[in-house]
Design a protein around this ligand. Structure first.
Ligand SMILES: [Zn+2]
Length: 330
């Protein structure tokens, strides 16, 4: 390629000036794109590589829904409204396609370590912040997200294209409005617990005081591992009896992780995990539903949704954006 250009330039120059120029590489090279490889192959390749690599170092400042609350002093996210993430590259996509990491439930942990500019233990990041980081990282691949969505009215599943950027902005705005309108904790049905990240509320049926915590990555991983084990047991079960003997305990598992103490109105209190687990398994549904609502009320988590018109029932309403297939580029 460069040889042809050199010859053409020399010929054109020669005809204009009437005298043919010297056919030395020195003179002809000034008319073409310089080829640094020709002079010092080793060094130039390194220079080229560094120049190209500098283009790939892209980072983005993203907001986190916790706004740095609920992290102890000294944590890299403490009092931070926003953090830097690296944009998704082939390295992160390799993590997502790693069979081993999926088998070991290490995908999201590894992805977070790779995405975050700060050195942070992914287990110490709030669930809501983790999801916001994943959503922002997904947007660096593509703004739109094609997946199957479910109409919340008629529950028909159809293929949909969601706009993640708009959904994320709207979710942050919704969270801001929700928190602005939140009654001061001490005046409402809920008060601050003993730790930075716990809250206390009175359960409506049993009248016990429940102290519950916000969930972090470490709790999510515990729940994911438990779920994976149950799913594996179900897959291994040969007979219907074996299958039905396996208990699917998603909700009680979450509650066991969430509740840190229970107190009677008379003051007796327990924070013993074994004791708590036994009581949680027997809690009336009214109390467990209420606990979940209270968690949703105080947790700094984003609800990604978009108004869609259902092709089946023709009604327009907010559809939740499912996180499944989040990182499968469409
Ligand atoms: Zn519908």
């Amino acid at each position: 390629m460069s040889n042809i250009e050199t010859r053409n330039n020399s010929e054109r120059l020669g005809s204009n000036l009437g005298t043919p120029p010297e056919e030395s590489p020195e003179s002809s090279s000034s008319f073409i794109v310089p080829d640094p490889v020709a002079k010092n192959p080793a060094l130039s390749q390194l220079d080229i590589m560094n120049k190209m690599l500098s283009l790939t170092c892209m980072e983005e400042l993203i907001k986190i829904p916790s706004r740095g609350r609920f992290y102890p002093a000294g944590h890299p996210f403490a009092s931070r409204e926003d953090i830097y993430i690296n944009v998704m590259t082939s390295k992160e996509q390799d993590i997502l396609s790693s069979k081993v990491k999926w088998q070991e439930n290490k995908v999201f942990e590894s992805l977070l370590v790779s995405l975050l500019k700060d050195r942070v233990d992914p287990g110490t990041i709030l669930s809501g912040d983790r999801m916001a980081i994943f959503a922002a990282a997904r947007i660096t691949l593509k703004h739109t997200y094609e997946t199957n969505g479910m109409c919340p009215i008629c529950r028909t599943i159809t293929h949909q294209v969601f706009n993640l950027t708009e959904a994320l902005d709207a979710a942050f705005e919704e969270l801001r409005v929700k928190e602005e309108n939140m009654k001061p904790f001490e005046m409402g049905a809920i008060s601050k617990g003993g730790s930075i990240d716990t809250f206390i509320t009175e359960l409506p049926a049993t009248k016990m005081l429940a102290e519950f915590r916000l969930l972090y990555g470490i709790h999510e991983d515990m729940l994911m591992k438990k779920k994976a084990k149950t799913d594996a047991d179900i897959a291994r079960a040969k007979t219907a009896e074996e299958k039905s003997s396996i208990k699917e305990t998603d909700l009680t598992d979450i509650l066991k992780v969430m509740v840190v103490s229970l107190s009677l109105p008379s003051g007796e209190k327990t924070s013993e995990p074994g004791v708590l687990a036994k009581i949680i398994e027997r809690l009336p549904g009214r109390d467990t539903v209420y606990l979940q609502e209270m968690y949703k009320y105080v947790a700094p988590e984003l609800q990604l949704q978009e108004i869609k018109c259902c092709p089946k029932c023709l009604q327009s309403t907010h559809w939740g954006i499912p996180y499944t297939d989040f990182f499968r580029p469409s």
